[in-house]
Ligand binder design. Structure first.
Ligand SMILES: [Zn+2]
Ligand SMILES: [Zn+2]
Length: 416
């Protein structure tokens, strides 16, 4: 019988990759705590309506990529394709806005999109999602981006670029829309079918099209950056000024847009040439209208999400492990009975101790200890038990010593 495999685009994560996930999480948590963020856990499954309203009906995510189905009660539900919509829903449902002026929240976990699987992109992928509510000043945007640079520095990342842009507000978009429609109308022949359909509904979405032909047209299109209203221009300049004062290096990319409708003003991506064509591994921005559009009061917000898979591809090889690993090899019944007391005293002392079950020949146990990368092997046969000693072999230099077989103080005796 064939064994059952995971679904296409879904996979198991283990080994060095999951250790790198843990490093990203630890570096993120350290700085999130320093800057006053609180953790939040939100459901993986939500009403489909939540994502339609927040991300936007005409986006690629909603039109093509969501895992949406009718559940047993006949309701349309969706496994979350991103984190912000759920965090905003939780923020409103928990009345955070009534309890605190500023809410700084983060959550992490799997997201789901029905995309074509490719390098570092999967249908179930993991994100660290960070959101700030209640601050309209550009200090919030700058502090977020500064924190990102601190997290990446902790992870040893060197080759990356912070790209930043402003996508303006409703006011500046009105003027830009006309300029863009005029341009795209004259270049209709060069656009894919999807983009032609988008012209009437949401011409800004043309900027996210992955079609190469459309890419050529887009490269010549007018940019929103040149149509920013004075308020948005001022906000953006102030954001860049604060970034400079935080000592963060960035690149202005006037063509940067995000594939979600809710962004206003600041948007940013962190990219690396080491990732190939789709080089962003972190993205975010400001969404000043989203909370209100989701049925809440008018509360500004901004945030970002780290793509764990793609960032882990960029983390240099893991540093050597910290604590030394001990291995206990036993030969004979009397020795075997001492495994439990010895294991208990090692774990109580905070020292890792591995052992083989079942304990076969000494040779096979030594081989196993080697495969685990043990630094020291404790060798105990019935003969040593009778003499009241245990052998400690240093696997690096091959030297061996005898220490008294005193279970309780064994970790200390072994380390001396
Ligand atoms: Zn504006
Ligand atoms: Zn297109």
């Amino acid at each position: 019988m064939d064994s059952i495999k995971a679904l296409r685009g879904f996979r198991d994560i283990y080994g060095e990759e999951i250790e790198k996930f843990a490093l990203i999480e630890a570096a993120s948590r350290k700085h999130l705590k320093l800057l006053g963020y609180k953790e939040l856990e939100i459901p993986v499954l939500e009403k489909t309506e939540l994502f339609k309203r927040s991300i936007g009906d005409t986006t690629d995510i909603v039109e093509k990529e969501m895992f949406t189905f009718i559940d047993r009660s006949g309701d349309s539900v969706t496994v979350r394709p991103e984190g912000t919509a759920g965090v905003v829903r939780a923020y409103l449902q928990g009345s955070f806005h009534a309890k605190e002026r500023v809410s700084k929240l983060f959550t992490m976990g799997p997201m789901f999109r029905h995309e074509r699987p490719q390098k570092g992109r999967f249908r179930q992928f993991y994100q660290m999602d960070v959101e700030v509510f209640g601050i309209s000043e550009p200090m919030a945007d700058a502090e977020l981006i500064w924190m990102i640079s601190l997290i990446l520095k902790d992870l040893g990342l060197a080759n990356y670029t912070i790209e930043i842009n402003s996508v303006g507000c409703r006011e500046c978009r009105e003027g830009f829309r006309d300029a863009l429609l005029g341009f795209l109308g004259s270049r209709k022949d060069g656009l894919c079918e999807d983009c032609v359909n988008r012209l009437d509904r949401n011409p800004l979405r043309v900027f996210d099209c992955k079609n190469e032909q459309c890419g050529e047209v887009i490269r010549e299109a007018p940019v929103l950056f040149d149509h920013l209203c004075s308020g948005c221009k001022e906000h953006f300049d102030a954001c860049l000024d604060r970034l400079t004062r935080f000592g963060v290096a960035f690149v202005l990319n006037k063509r940067l847009v995000r594939g979600l409708d809710y962004y206003t003003r600041t948007v940013f991506e962190v990219t690396s040439d080491d990732l190939g064509a789709q080089k962003a591994f972190l993205a975010g921005g400001r969404y000043d209208n989203l909370v209100h559009e989701m049925g809440g009061p008018s509360v500004p917000g901004c945030g970002f999400a780290i793509g764990m898979e793609r960032l882990s591809l960029l983390i240099p090889t893991l540093p050597p492990k910290g604590a030394p690993l001990y291995f206990l090899a036993t030969v004979g019944d009397r020795a075997g009975e001492l495994v439990i007391p010895i294991l208990r005293s090692f774990v109580a002392s905070g020292l890792p101790l591995a052992y083989a079950v079942p304990a076969r020949s000494l040779k096979s146990q030594m081989k196993y200890a080697n495969s685990l990368g043990a630094d020291h092997v404790l060798i105990l046969s019935d003969e040593e038990v009778s003499r009241g000693v245990i052998l400690v072999r240093n696997m690096q230099d091959g030297t061996q010593k005898e220490v008294p077989l005193e279970t309780h103080s064994l970790p200390i005796l072994v380390m001396q």
